[in-house]
Design a protein around this ligand. Structure first.
Ligand SMILES: Cc1cc2nc3c(=O)[nH]c(=O)nc-3n(C[C@H](O)[C@H](O)[C@H](O)COP(=O)(O)O)c2cc1C
Length: 201
């Protein structure tokens, strides 16, 4: 979708969805749904890592993780996050900022059930973000998780694993331009709807 930055659409969400779909449909874009997730530590320091975007709608941007991980603990302390998607092949960046809520058990269950059984066992076994002595310890934890499961081909979602939804309080659409004369639109969600501003690159 070619966007006319001088005539911004009233709603940025269909554009974000179209850009994501375009990135997914192009076979040369690796991990088109990978995004940087930035959280805030208790001392105010930022922390960033990549997670996978699994749903994008007016409700927000959804990813799944171990809620007992460092990021989960950070989100419990400060339920706000910033996300960045970057599609180099398309010269596009999307930024999202917003408050964070946990997805429902039903949503978390449905996504967990869609994962490969070994990935599900891995999610049960991994004490994400905790010290791990060596690969053998990880593999032993995997085998222990397998032994604990009634049906290792259908491991249930552990209570500490689930989704988060980052609300679209503010979003930015960025398109690369020649000689670094890029186009930017920043949208802020207000009680009256979206307020949009073009920004200097
Ligand atoms: C391409 C890619 C995709 C990833 N997707 C996820 C994901 O969806 N969920 C997740 O918990 N970690 C994912 N990770 C691992 C995270 O980057 C990170 O290492 C892990 O979540 C622990 O982060 P934390 O210690 O800050 O909580 C991904 C890493 C990469 C490189």
């Amino acid at each position: 979708m070619r966007l006319d930055f001088d005539r911004p659409p009233a709603d940025p969400v269909p554009v974000m969805q179209a850009w994501l779909e375009e990135a997914i449909s192009r076979k040369d874009v690796p991990n088109p749904n990978a995004m940087t997730l930035c959280t805030v530590r208790p001392d105010g320091a930022p922390a960033a890592r990549i997670v996978l975007l699994k749903d994008l709608s007016h409700e927000g941007a959804v990813f799944f993780t171990n809620r007992a991980s460092a990021k989960g603990r950070e989100l419990a302390g400060c339920p706000r996050a910033a996300l960045v998607l970057h599609w180099d092949h398309l010269g596009r960046q999307v930024r999202i900022e917003g408050s964070v809520s946990q997805t429902s058990d039903a949503v978390s269950d449905a996504y967990f059930a869609s994962r490969h059984p070994v990935s599900r066992l891995g999610a049960r076994a991994s004490e994400q973000s905790r010290p791990c002595s060596n690969r053998a310890q990880l593999m032993a934890a995997l085998e222990a998780a397998r032994a604990q499961c009634e049906d290792p081909d259908d491991p249930p979602r552990p209570a500490h694993w689930g989704g988060y939804c980052v609300a679209l309080d503010a979003v930015e659409l960025w398109q690369e331009g020649e000689h670094r004369l890029h186009d930017r639109l920043r949208y802020e969600h207000t009680p009256k709807g979206w307020a949009v501003q073009r920004l200097f690159p």
